[in-house]
Structures are given as C-alpha cells and as structure tokens.
Design a protein around this ligand. Structure first.
Ligand code: ADP
Ligand code: MG
Ligand code: MG
Length: 900
C-alpha cells in the first residue's frame, strides 16, 4: 500500500462496514455494520490499521493523523453535545484495540478517557449528583490507563482495591461508597506517580493521544507476538483503534453490562447464552470481579431491554447468517450495543450450527461445508474424557497434541521406559522436554509440560508421534529430583495417576474414564444417523454426504492388512493407495528372510523365496477380498534388508553367550557377519527400494508373482481384484524399465486369460524422479507421490533425527510455520509435485496420480493436491473422513483452505 492510498486514516462508524476488516479491524468494521443497521451503537470513529502500520514503521504518528482525529473528535463532540473532558459536562470515550483477526485478551482497551480531577465533578452532576459513580469511573480510568498505557503493574491497583474492601469489611466492590472511591483514587494516583515518575495526566487530549499510541504499540507486545505466531496471524497487519463515546453500566442497579452468544458456542444448541452483571463496566465481566448472573435473569430485571436485546440478536444472526457473539451495556434502562462478531465455537458446535443454519434456510450446503474443517472433524474423532462433577481440572495448559490420556506420572525418560515395559501407561511430566526425552516420549501415553507453547519441543514431537500432549501448564511446579509436582494445593508424586486432555489443555487428578467418539461410531456404522437424536452425528452425516458429492479427489487408505482395509472402507476409503509389504517379512517369517539374506548359492536363495511366495499370496488374497474390486496399490519391498535382522549389539552378545556355553554359533556368526557387511552409514539413502529389486535376484519377481496369483485366485472365486504394483524409490526411468520388463513377463504368464489386469507404476519420492517425470511416465501407468521421503530428500533431512533435534527452533524462528512433515511445503516439495504432475501427464495423458504420504490426510495438503490435479489421496484409515471432508471443501473453494 502506498502512502498516498492510506491518506485517510480515520473513519466515522457511519462510513465503514463489515467487509472492511483489513482496514478497520474486526471490531471497527462490525461496529460500523451495526451502526448502519440502525442498531443502538454509541457514536465513535476508527483509526485504521494503516495508521498503526505507519506508526510502527516510523515510531511516530503519520502526517495528517492528528488533524483527522481532531476533526472526528469534534464531530463526535457535536453529536453528543459535550466536549471531551469538559469540567462541567464531560464527554468520555473508550479507546479500544481491534485487529483484523480477533486476539482475545492480547491487546488493550482504556475506558473513561477524559476524566480528571475537575471533570469527575462534572460527571457526577451529569448523572444527577452521583458521586459514587463518578469516582468509580475515575478510579477505573487511572487503573486501566496506568496498566495499559504506562505499564504500571496491575496487581498494585488490585491490591489497593482489595485493601479498600478489607478496610470496609466487605468483599463486594459495590459496598464502597463515594468517599471510599475518592480515597482509592488518591492511592491509585500515588501508585501511578511512583511507577511512572509523573502525575496522572489531567489533560483529556493528552490522555486520548497516549491511549491511542499505547494501543498501536500493544500490537508488538510480547504476548501478542507469541499469540500471532501460534495462530499463524501475519505480523505486519497492525491493529485499528476505536474511539467510542462512553455509555455507563455502573450508574446504579438499573444499569449493567453483559456478553451473549446467539447459540451455545459449546454444543451449538439453540437458545440464549450469556452473562449479565448489574451496576458494572464491561471489563468486570471478564475480570470475574463479581459473579455474573445468567442472561435470562435480565428478563426479570429489565424486561424492555431484554426483549430488545433478543430482537437485536435475532437480527444480527440473520444478517451475519452465523453464530454471533456480542457485548452490550445498559445505561439506566437504555440498551447499547458495544461489539459483535461471528463467534468462536467448538468443533462440535461448528458442525451442529452449520447444519441448523441450512435447516433454517440461512445458508446452503456448500456454505455449511465451507464453515467446518478437517481439523475440527479430527478433533471430534478422538476419544473424550467422560467428565462429571468428580473431576475438576487442576491445571490449564495448551492443547498441543489432541487426545485423552491417563497414566502414572513419571519425571524422567528412563522411568517412563521402565514402567511402560511393565505394561503400565505413563504420563511423562517435564518442565520442558529436550531430545534426551525422546525414548520416554515414545514410551509414554501422554506428555505434560509446564513450559512452552504449541511449537515447543514437546508439542512438535508429540504431534509427529500422534501422541497426546499438554504443554505450558504453568500452574504446575515440577520438581524432578523430588519426583513430584505441585499444582494448586495438591502434590502429585511419581506413580500417581493423572489425566490430560490434549484438545482442551486441561489436566485432571486421577483416572478420568474415556468414552469413544460418537462420530467414530457413526463412521464405523454402529450409530445410524437417521435414527439417532444426536444433533452432532446428524450434522456430520449431512455435511460428509455433501462433501462426497462435491469432491473430485478420490480418497484411499494406507493399509497393510485385511483388518485395516476393512476399517478404512467403513470410513469411506475407495481403495488402498499404499499397501506396504514389509510386515509380510516379519514375525514367524523372519526365519525365511534370514535364509534369504544368508543364502550362499542361487539354489538356497530360490528356496527361501519359494517358501515366502505362498505366504505373501495369502496376505494379498485377504486384502483383495476385503477391497472387493477397489484398486489396491501394493508397494514392493522398500526398507533395507538389514532392518529385518537383529541389531548388531544383540547378535554380538548372542555369539559371546553361545560360545561361553559351548553351543554351535555358526548361524549366529553368519548373521553377525551379514549385519556387519550390510551396515550402512545412511540407510535412508542406501540399498533399499528399487535398488534391492535390481540387486537381489528373484526378490521382486516373487512379490509380483504373489500379487498376480492372488488376484487370479480371487477372480476364480468369483471376486474382483484390481492390483497396482508400485515400485519404490525410483530415480531414473531405466530402473523402472528393468523391473517392469521382468514383472510384465511374470504377470502375462500368471494371468493368462483370467481377465485380471495388473497396473505397474512408481512412487515419486526421490527429487530426481520428480524432475525427470516426463521420462518416467513413459514406463509408468501411475505415479504415487511418497511425500514423506520426498520431504526428507527435498530438504535433505531425516525425520527421525530432525523432529526432536531442531524443529522447535525452526518453528520458533519462523523458518517454517508448521512442520513440513505435518503439512506439505508448497513452495519446495510442492513444486516438485507440480512439476512431476504436469510433465508426467504431458508425456502420458490421463496418467493416474495419487499421493500416499501422511500428508494425504492433512487438511491444507489435501487442498494443495486438489489444486495440482491429483486423482486421489491416500492416508491412514483414521484420517480418511478428514480427507473426504477437505477434498469436498477444496472442490467448492477456489482459494486455499480458511481453517482459522
Ligand atoms: P476486548 O476486545 O478485550 O473485549 P473491548 O474494547 O471490547 O475489549 O472493551 C473492553 C470492555 O469495555 C468490554 O466489555 C466493552 O464492552 C467495554 N466497553 C468498550 N467501550 C465501551 C464504551 N464506549 N462504553 C461502555 N463500555 C465500553
Ligand atoms: Mg470486547
Ligand atoms: Mg518412501
């Protein structure tokens, strides 16, 4: 934006509207919208985010701002018939922050600006000689101004207020009379002077200017910066400042202030949800200074205002076509609207409300689909704590990795490993975790830290592992040497059980029982959406059905067994995008694999492979049956073969022990020698994938034969099988051609005239494959992007090593906003995918394209895969519904997902 365009820095409420959030911030845009709807909003004006940006860039108010403020202030004074801070009849204003995205509690507001030693008297006169009210307002100004504008520690004011109440022998601030409050003002002024080295400013316009400047600066307060980083809000937006004529809820029992939601933001249920506090100013409601009453009480206290409020709420909902949250104040029986916005809500409420609004004809199904997202759906699929009165949270941290976990508390990684080995479930509790805690984190059911946010080591690693984590629960005091932590008045020692909720960030003492999610029961098919009265399940069903109708991307699953495949099909998978064959070499088949590796002659190797063949065939038969004619992509063996042998140390010990006992050590020694021979410095970049197939004669051939024979067997039994053979780790077309030539011969021989068709394609997971996709497509009937390896090799780091070692630092520095293993790196790895998709399809029109990394179930990544034109995504069974939903959303949205 050029300076020229930002010349207008101040907008009257009548000049704005709800679509000007970038310029006026959310609060200002919505105040303007309400003003223009004719709702009772106190007059005022908004200083733009552009003015804030200019101020933050240069450290001073931009040219022209002061004059524009002056002009708007004069207009406001004319409208109100009062002048700011006039000793006889003062106009007071509030100075309120309000950015593009709401940042609750992050930024500042100052009420009652314009009061001083003289106008406090005028204010009392204005209110009909209400001294108590005037001095109450004045002490509030000094308190808020001191704290937010001059950084006076807030506790000092609170402490003084408590003192005054104690001296009066009361707990209720309403018992303080005018004299008490006048005394409190004196105390407050002393506190102010002590901390700032100056007297409390008496000049109204100076108060106003300092307050505006403080709101600008609050954008760069440390907590605001942290919050933005966590919520991924851009750092350069700045905040707008709203200057609003004061209305007074603290004028007596016929006045008050409150907040309300047009529906329950927790469950989505229809009805009125809110809190009201008589004889108070707005900040008291949040500060919890007195107990609020349910909004319904207002009907008894002031029926006219109550009815008017309900009326306005209904209008706002109709106008915004969504759940609204509002702030209001009643001044002597007159209702004033002070804020509205589309309200935040829980995941469950998001679905329920979207469904209701469709029923009410306010929005259509596309819009309903747009208003929910995969992250919310994923949240609803975790088991939940079944909370009743017995359980009260003892600490509140950050929900860093979702889930519900209970277990015995441990304080060291080593102890976590020990207890887990005994079959106990444990919660690892640390101040913060570091790479040394990795084993303990793997062993634990959940992780609880007292420091650190959503991007701390604990949070990043836990999310990578899919483990429940609560971070930054700063109410708990961890004492590792003493093996205990304290929280509130409780002491929790090693072995005591706690429960942590990785979604809400709450910590409970004892074992909270867990209930399965209704939404999962619905996906599993055990809860009929037509029969249940569960509003959430009905809404999810409806929106999922619409997503399925809208989406262009197919959704497959990653499944290695018949059981996984069956579950994924219930979750809506339309095929298997990745069937790994590694597990088919484990368990009681290890013996055969060892024979294969140790084979000294062709005959020995052929023997071992021949013994593996029927076992593999049977595995495939089960999977093909389960998938009943849906495509099944089978990946030929991928990991280095030494992964199937015992670790070096263990073999060395075995040999030594056997020697000691005088037993025959020939086989042990041979294995040891093989492990030594096969040792690799960088196994991730070593002899694996297609390279194995090219080096070990007969290995891929056996697998191809097992696949083809299984497909034929299923077909002969009257079923259908659609196998797709996928060659891993290809970097050059020649590799694929070699494997393919051999495979085609075997397939032709096995399939004969059975009608079975077997496709041969490749993974694209080596950067070189992406860059030579045009050549590779000549030999491939499909591509499947292996985004895990493509990310590892694209960035040149191995996931297991880096997530624990330095990702937290990269996130902290903003080198990436989210781990590239969680969400596809569009600019780099994504570019490789784009190139491969375009050049692959150019060489072979209609080339089938899919993705089979965990990214296939990540909301943002699904949108990217849609944009790039893939045919399907494949993800773990549990993520299948998330991918279906996001694929539907991607199809109705032209731009990326708006999951904020
Ligand atoms: P936040 O964004 O933290 O809610 P607000 O700017 O909305 O901060 O203001 C804090 C409190 O002061 C709210 O309860 C609000 O309703 C109240 N308030 C703000 N402006 C006025 C005003 N002009 N008259 C009366 N109360 C006000
Ligand atoms: Mg507010
Ligand atoms: Mg791979």
């Amino acid at each position: 934006m050029t300076a020229h365009e930002t010349d207008k820095y101040v907008y009257d409420f009548a000049e704005g509207n709800k679509d000007l959030k970038d310029l006026l911030g959310g609060k200002g845009a919505n105040l303007a919208e309400m003003t223009n709807l004719g709702l009772p909003v106190p007059p005022g004006f908004t200083i733009t985010t552009g003015a804030c940006q200019a101020y933050l860039a240069t450290g001073r108010e931009p040219d022209g701002l002061a004059g524009q403020i002056e002009a708007h202030l004069e207009a406001l004074e004319r409208a109100m018939g009062r002048r700011l801070g006039d000793p006889q009849d003062p106009l007071l204003v509030s100075v309120r922050s309000g950015a593009r995205f709401s940042m609750p509690g992050m930024m500042e507001t100052v009420l009652n600006v314009g009061l001083n030693d003289r106008s406090v008297v005028g204010l009392s006169d204005q209110a009909g000689k209400n001294d108590r009210f005037a001095w109450d307002s004045y002490r509030r100004l000094i308190q808020m101004f001191g704290k937010t504008v001059c950084e006076v520690p807030g506790e000092e004011f609170e402490h003084a207020l408590d003192e005054a109440k104690r001296a009066k022998g009361t707990h209720d601030d309403l018992d303080l009379d005018a004299d008490d409050l006048r005394g409190l003002v004196e105390t407050y002024k002393k506190i102010f002077a002590k901390h700032t080295g100056r007297e409390f400013p008496q000049e109204p316009r100076e108060q106003l200017d300092l307050a505006i400047r403080a709101v600008f600066e609050s954008w760069n307060a440390e907590r605001a910066i942290l919050y933005r980083r966590q919520e991924r809000i851009p750092a350069d937006l700045g905040t707008a400042v709203n200057v609003v004529a004061m209305v007074f809820g603290n004028l007596g029992p016929d006045s008050g202030t409150g907040v309300a939601f047009t529906r329950d933001p927790g469950s989505g249920a229809q009805g009125i949800y809110g809190d009201y506090l008589a004889n108070a100013q707005g900040e008291d409601v949040v500060a919890g200074i007195r107990n609020t009453v349910p909004l319904q009480e207002l009907e008894r206290l002031d029926k006219t205002s109550y009815d008017q409020l309900l009326d306005i709420m209904a209008r706002l909902e109709g106008h915004y076509q969504d759940l609204c949250d509002i702030e209001f104040t009643i001044e002597r029986g007159k209702l004033w609207m002070l804020q509205t916005r589309v309200g935040k809500r829980t995941a469950a409420a998001a679905f329920v409300i979207a469904g209701q609004l469709v029923d009410e004809g306010l929005i259509d199904l596309d819009e309903a689909l747009h208003r929910v997202n995969g992250a919310q759906l994923a949240q609803l699929m975790f088991p939940r704590f079944q909370l009743d009165h017995e359980f009260e949270a003892v600490a509140q941290g950050i929900g860093a990795s979702p889930g519900a976990a209970s277990g015995a508390v441990v304080f060291t990684s080593a102890r976590a490993v020990e207890l887990a080995a005994e079959g106990k479930s444990v919660i690892l509790v640390r101040r913060e975790t570091n790479p040394d805690d990795l084993n303990g984190m793997i062993a634990a059911q959940g992780i609880l830290t007292s420091r650190g946010g959503k991007t701390s080591h604990a949070a990043v690693v836990a999310r990578g592992m899919g483990k429940t984590c609560v971070s930054g629960a700063d109410g708990i005091e961890v004492n590792v040497p003493a093996k205990r932590f304290t929280v509130g008045g409780h002491t929790v020692s090693e072995g005591d059980v706690v429960s942590i909720d990785g979604t809400t960030g709450k910590v409970y003492l004892g074992e909270v029982p867990v209930t399965p999610s209704e939404v999962v029961q619905y996906f599993e098919g055990t809860l009929d959406p037509e029969r249940t009265d569960d509003a959430l399940v009905r809404a999810v069903h409806r929106i999922m059905t619409h997503a399925d109708a809208r989406r262009r991307l197919a959704v497959r699953t990653n499944a290695d067994t018949g059981a996984d495949a069956a579950r994924a099909r219930r979750f809506g998978a339309e095929g298997i995008g990745l069937c790994r064959t590694e597990h088919m070499f484990l368990g009681d088949r290890r013996e055969l694999v060892e024979r294969l590796i140790l084979a000294a002659t062709d005959a020995e190797r052929t023997d071992a492979l021949a013994a593996l063949l029927p076992l593999q065939r049977q595995d495939f038969v089960e999977i093909f049956r389960e998938m009943a004619g849906l495509p099944v992509t089978v990946r030929l063996i991928d990991p280095p073969l030494h992964e199937f042998l015992p670790p070096l140390e263990q073999l060395a010990v075995n040999v030594a022990v056997a020697q000691e006992r005088g037993e025959d050590v020939a086989k042990e020694e041979a294995l040891l020698a093989a492990v030594r021979r096969m040792h690799e410095e960088n196994p991730m970049l070593g002899l694996r994938g297609v390279r194995l197939g090219l080096v070990i004669p007969g290995l891929f051939a056996m697998q191809v034969r097992a696949i083809a024979e299984a497909a034929v067997a299923v077909t002969r039994d009257g079923g259908t099988a659609c196998p797709e053979i996928m060659v891993p780790l290809v970097g050059a077309v020649q590799e694929l051609e070699t494997v393919r030539a051999e495979a085609e011969k075997i397939i032709a021989e096995v399939v004969g005239d059975s009608g079975v068709e077997v496709l041969i394609g490749t993974m694209i997971e080596v950067p070189r494959a992406a860059l030579t996709a045009g050549q590779i497509a000549e030999a491939a009937q499909f591509f499947s992007f292996g985004t895990n390896d493509l990310t590892q090799m694209g960035w040149g780091f191995s996931r297991d090593d880096v997530e624990g070692a330095f990702f937290w630092r990269y996130l902290e520095l903003g080198i990436f906003g989210i781990s590239p293993f969680e969400s596809i790196d569009r600019d780099g790895v994504g570019r490789l995918i784009r190139i491969a998709a375009e050049e692959g399809r150019a060489a072979r029109p209609g080339l089938k394209l899919g993705v089979c990394g965990e990214h296939g179930g990540d909301p943002d990544s699904v949108h990217f895969f849609h944009e790039v034109g893939l045919d399907y995504v494949s993800c773990s069974p549990f993520r299948v519904p998330v991918a279906r939903l996001e694929a539907g959303r991607a199809a109705i949205e032209t731009t990326g997902s708006d999951s904020r």
